[in-house]
Design a binder for this molecule. Structure first.
Ligand code: SF4
Ligand code: SF4
Length: 232
Protein backbone atom coordinates (compact mmCIF):
# COMPACT_ATOMS: atom_id res chain seq x y z
CA UNK A 1 0.00 0.00 0.00
CA UNK A 2 1.15 3.56 -0.55
CA UNK A 3 0.50 6.41 1.88
CA UNK A 4 -3.00 6.94 0.53
CA UNK A 5 -3.95 3.39 1.51
CA UNK A 6 -4.38 2.44 -2.13
CA UNK A 7 -2.69 -0.72 -3.40
CA UNK A 8 0.36 0.31 -5.34
CA UNK A 9 0.20 -0.93 -8.91
CA UNK A 10 3.26 -2.85 -9.96
CA UNK A 11 5.29 -1.07 -12.59
CA UNK A 12 5.24 -4.06 -14.96
CA UNK A 13 1.55 -3.34 -15.57
CA UNK A 14 2.29 0.23 -16.41
CA UNK A 15 2.40 1.49 -19.97
CA UNK A 16 3.98 4.89 -20.41
CA UNK A 17 7.01 6.50 -21.96
CA UNK A 18 9.41 8.41 -19.80
CA UNK A 19 11.00 8.01 -16.42
CA UNK A 20 8.92 5.49 -14.46
CA UNK A 21 9.06 7.51 -11.26
CA UNK A 22 9.26 11.09 -12.36
CA UNK A 23 6.94 13.73 -13.70
CA UNK A 24 3.66 11.84 -13.75
CA UNK A 25 0.48 13.88 -13.44
CA UNK A 26 -2.64 11.88 -12.75
CA UNK A 27 -5.38 12.57 -15.26
CA UNK A 28 -8.75 13.67 -13.91
CA UNK A 29 -10.70 11.92 -16.68
CA UNK A 30 -11.81 15.02 -18.57
CA UNK A 31 -9.03 17.60 -19.04
CA UNK A 32 -7.26 18.00 -22.36
CA UNK A 33 -3.54 18.72 -22.47
CA UNK A 34 -1.64 21.19 -24.58
CA UNK A 35 0.53 18.90 -26.63
CA UNK A 36 1.55 18.61 -30.24
CA UNK A 37 4.39 16.32 -31.28
CA UNK A 38 7.01 18.09 -33.41
CA UNK A 39 8.50 14.77 -34.64
CA UNK A 40 11.89 15.72 -33.24
CA UNK A 41 12.42 11.99 -32.54
CA UNK A 42 14.24 12.57 -29.25
CA UNK A 43 11.99 10.12 -27.39
CA UNK A 44 13.07 7.39 -29.86
CA UNK A 45 16.78 7.95 -29.25
CA UNK A 46 19.10 7.37 -26.32
CA UNK A 47 18.28 4.88 -23.61
CA UNK A 48 14.52 4.46 -23.38
CA UNK A 49 12.61 1.29 -22.62
CA UNK A 50 9.77 0.70 -25.07
CA UNK A 51 7.77 -2.07 -23.44
CA UNK A 52 5.84 -4.33 -25.73
CA UNK A 53 2.68 -6.28 -25.15
CA UNK A 54 1.81 -9.41 -27.13
CA UNK A 55 -0.09 -7.47 -29.81
CA UNK A 56 2.84 -5.07 -30.26
CA UNK A 57 5.08 -8.10 -30.88
CA UNK A 58 2.57 -9.55 -33.34
CA UNK A 59 2.16 -6.26 -35.26
CA UNK A 60 5.91 -5.75 -35.41
CA UNK A 61 6.50 -9.31 -36.65
CA UNK A 62 3.86 -8.89 -39.36
CA UNK A 63 5.33 -5.54 -40.38
CA UNK A 64 8.70 -7.28 -40.80
CA UNK A 65 7.13 -10.13 -42.78
CA UNK A 66 8.05 -12.70 -40.11
CA UNK A 67 6.17 -15.91 -39.44
CA UNK A 68 6.65 -15.94 -35.69
CA UNK A 69 7.12 -13.33 -32.98
CA UNK A 70 10.17 -15.31 -31.78
CA UNK A 71 11.92 -14.25 -35.01
CA UNK A 72 12.03 -10.68 -33.65
CA UNK A 73 14.54 -11.87 -31.04
CA UNK A 74 16.56 -13.71 -33.67
CA UNK A 75 16.78 -10.47 -35.66
CA UNK A 76 17.89 -8.53 -32.59
CA UNK A 77 14.86 -6.21 -32.64
CA UNK A 78 13.59 -7.04 -29.15
CA UNK A 79 15.11 -8.13 -25.87
CA UNK A 80 13.89 -9.91 -22.79
CA UNK A 81 13.38 -7.90 -19.64
CA UNK A 82 13.07 -9.55 -16.22
CA UNK A 83 10.09 -8.23 -14.27
CA UNK A 84 9.65 -7.63 -10.59
CA UNK A 85 8.03 -10.64 -8.98
CA UNK A 86 9.49 -13.05 -11.54
CA UNK A 87 9.04 -13.72 -15.21
CA UNK A 88 9.85 -11.97 -18.46
CA UNK A 89 8.45 -9.41 -20.81
CA UNK A 90 9.88 -7.74 -23.90
CA UNK A 91 11.25 -4.35 -24.96
CA UNK A 92 12.46 -2.90 -28.23
CA UNK A 93 16.20 -3.47 -28.53
CA UNK A 94 17.62 -0.03 -29.32
CA UNK A 95 20.61 0.19 -31.65
CA UNK A 96 23.80 0.53 -29.67
CA UNK A 97 27.01 2.24 -30.67
CA UNK A 98 27.61 5.96 -31.01
CA UNK A 99 24.01 6.74 -32.02
CA UNK A 100 21.58 4.85 -29.83
CA UNK A 101 18.08 4.79 -31.24
CA UNK A 102 15.04 2.64 -31.91
CA UNK A 103 15.59 0.36 -34.93
CA UNK A 104 12.30 1.64 -36.36
CA UNK A 105 13.31 5.29 -36.24
CA UNK A 106 13.97 6.94 -39.58
CA UNK A 107 16.13 10.01 -39.09
CA UNK A 108 15.60 12.62 -41.78
CA UNK A 109 17.54 15.84 -42.18
CA UNK A 110 15.25 18.53 -43.58
CA UNK A 111 16.52 21.14 -46.05
CA UNK A 112 16.34 23.72 -43.26
CA UNK A 113 18.84 21.63 -41.24
CA UNK A 114 16.26 20.29 -38.76
CA UNK A 115 16.62 16.63 -37.85
CA UNK A 116 13.23 14.88 -37.87
CA UNK A 117 12.49 11.46 -36.42
CA UNK A 118 9.82 9.43 -38.17
CA UNK A 119 8.52 6.08 -37.00
CA UNK A 120 8.44 3.34 -39.65
CA UNK A 121 5.73 1.56 -37.67
CA UNK A 122 3.40 4.58 -37.59
CA UNK A 123 0.49 4.32 -37.29
CA UNK A 124 -0.87 0.78 -37.68
CA UNK A 125 2.06 -1.27 -36.34
CA UNK A 126 3.26 1.17 -33.70
CA UNK A 127 3.62 -0.06 -30.10
CA UNK A 128 0.73 0.96 -27.88
CA UNK A 129 2.98 2.81 -25.47
CA UNK A 130 4.23 5.03 -28.33
CA UNK A 131 0.71 5.64 -29.64
CA UNK A 132 -0.52 6.66 -26.19
CA UNK A 133 2.35 9.01 -25.33
CA UNK A 134 2.23 11.46 -23.62
CA UNK A 135 -0.55 9.55 -21.87
CA UNK A 136 0.24 6.39 -20.00
CA UNK A 137 -1.76 3.98 -17.90
CA UNK A 138 -1.37 1.78 -14.87
CA UNK A 139 -3.41 -1.39 -14.83
CA UNK A 140 -4.46 -2.67 -11.42
CA UNK A 141 -4.08 -6.45 -11.32
CA UNK A 142 -6.52 -6.68 -8.38
CA UNK A 143 -9.41 -4.72 -9.84
CA UNK A 144 -8.60 -4.84 -13.57
CA UNK A 145 -9.09 -1.07 -13.67
CA UNK A 146 -6.89 1.46 -15.42
CA UNK A 147 -5.52 4.67 -14.02
CA UNK A 148 -4.31 7.27 -16.47
CA UNK A 149 -1.50 9.74 -16.20
CA UNK A 150 0.21 12.37 -18.29
CA UNK A 151 3.98 12.27 -18.56
CA UNK A 152 6.50 14.06 -20.72
CA UNK A 153 8.00 11.44 -23.08
CA UNK A 154 11.39 12.94 -22.28
CA UNK A 155 12.39 15.80 -20.08
CA UNK A 156 12.03 18.98 -22.13
CA UNK A 157 9.92 17.41 -24.90
CA UNK A 158 9.25 20.29 -27.32
CA UNK A 159 5.71 19.00 -27.96
CA UNK A 160 4.64 19.87 -24.42
CA UNK A 161 4.09 23.57 -24.48
CA UNK A 162 1.55 26.15 -23.68
CA UNK A 163 -0.46 27.15 -26.71
CA UNK A 164 -0.02 23.86 -28.55
CA UNK A 165 -3.14 22.23 -29.88
CA UNK A 166 -5.19 20.24 -27.42
CA UNK A 167 -4.51 16.56 -26.96
CA UNK A 168 -7.76 14.96 -25.88
CA UNK A 169 -7.05 11.77 -23.89
CA UNK A 170 -10.67 10.61 -24.16
CA UNK A 171 -10.49 10.64 -27.96
CA UNK A 172 -7.19 8.74 -27.91
CA UNK A 173 -8.46 6.17 -25.41
CA UNK A 174 -11.64 5.66 -27.46
CA UNK A 175 -9.66 5.24 -30.67
CA UNK A 176 -7.35 2.69 -29.07
CA UNK A 177 -10.00 0.87 -27.04
CA UNK A 178 -9.54 -2.47 -28.85
CA UNK A 179 -5.80 -2.48 -28.31
CA UNK A 180 -6.17 -1.34 -24.70
CA UNK A 181 -8.64 -4.18 -24.03
CA UNK A 182 -6.24 -6.72 -25.47
CA UNK A 183 -3.42 -5.26 -23.39
CA UNK A 184 -5.58 -5.70 -20.28
CA UNK A 185 -6.03 -9.37 -21.20
CA UNK A 186 -2.29 -9.62 -21.78
CA UNK A 187 -1.63 -8.14 -18.32
CA UNK A 188 -4.14 -10.59 -16.85
CA UNK A 189 -2.21 -13.57 -18.22
CA UNK A 190 1.11 -12.05 -17.16
CA UNK A 191 -0.18 -11.51 -13.62
CA UNK A 192 -1.52 -15.07 -13.42
CA UNK A 193 1.79 -16.53 -14.61
CA UNK A 194 3.51 -14.56 -11.87
CA UNK A 195 1.05 -15.80 -9.26
CA UNK A 196 1.83 -19.36 -10.41
CA UNK A 197 5.59 -18.73 -10.22
CA UNK A 198 5.82 -19.97 -13.78
CA UNK A 199 9.37 -20.57 -15.04
CA UNK A 200 10.86 -18.18 -17.61
CA UNK A 201 10.31 -20.73 -20.37
CA UNK A 202 6.53 -20.43 -19.89
CA UNK A 203 6.72 -16.63 -20.19
CA UNK A 204 8.71 -17.13 -23.41
CA UNK A 205 6.11 -19.57 -24.70
CA UNK A 206 3.33 -17.07 -23.92
CA UNK A 207 5.08 -14.33 -25.91
CA UNK A 208 5.68 -16.59 -28.88
CA UNK A 209 2.95 -16.83 -31.51
CA UNK A 210 2.65 -17.36 -35.24
CA UNK A 211 1.60 -14.24 -37.10
CA UNK A 212 -1.11 -16.15 -39.01
CA UNK A 213 -3.01 -16.56 -35.73
CA UNK A 214 -5.03 -13.75 -34.21
CA UNK A 215 -3.97 -12.10 -30.97
CA UNK A 216 -7.48 -12.57 -29.56
CA UNK A 217 -7.31 -16.32 -30.20
CA UNK A 218 -3.85 -16.55 -28.63
CA UNK A 219 -4.94 -14.67 -25.49
CA UNK A 220 -8.16 -16.67 -25.26
CA UNK A 221 -6.19 -19.95 -25.40
CA UNK A 222 -3.97 -18.82 -22.56
CA UNK A 223 -6.86 -17.51 -20.47
CA UNK A 224 -8.61 -20.87 -20.84
CA UNK A 225 -5.38 -22.75 -20.13
CA UNK A 226 -4.87 -20.77 -16.91
CA UNK A 227 -8.56 -20.86 -15.93
CA UNK A 228 -8.95 -17.09 -15.86
CA UNK A 229 -11.38 -16.65 -18.75
CA UNK A 230 -14.68 -15.54 -17.27
CA UNK A 231 -16.78 -14.94 -20.41
CA UNK A 232 -17.02 -15.64 -24.11
S1 SF4 B 1 10.25 14.18 -27.73
FE1 SF4 B 1 8.16 15.01 -27.79
S2 SF4 B 1 8.06 16.28 -29.67
FE2 SF4 B 1 9.88 14.96 -29.84
S3 SF4 B 1 9.13 13.14 -30.97
FE3 SF4 B 1 8.95 12.68 -28.77
S4 SF4 B 1 6.83 13.28 -28.25
FE4 SF4 B 1 7.32 14.25 -30.22
S1 SF4 C 1 8.46 2.29 -32.26
FE1 SF4 C 1 8.40 4.22 -33.40
S2 SF4 C 1 7.58 5.74 -31.95
FE2 SF4 C 1 8.23 3.94 -30.76
S3 SF4 C 1 10.34 4.38 -30.11
FE3 SF4 C 1 10.46 3.25 -32.07
S4 SF4 C 1 10.55 4.82 -33.67
FE4 SF4 C 1 9.84 5.80 -31.78
Amino acid sequence: MDNSGRCKVKDEFSCGLGDADGGRVNWDGCSAFEFSCTCCGECCRGRIDIRLNIEDLWLMARFMGLRDTADLSHKGLIREEPIEGGGLRYCVQFKQGWFKCCPFLENRLEDCGTLRGLCRLHPHSKPLVCLLAPMGREWDEHTGESRWFFQEPISGCPGVKSGAENYDPNAVIAELSGRLDRESHYYGVLAELQRMNAPDEVFREFHRMETRRSVDAHLEDWEIRLGIRTSG
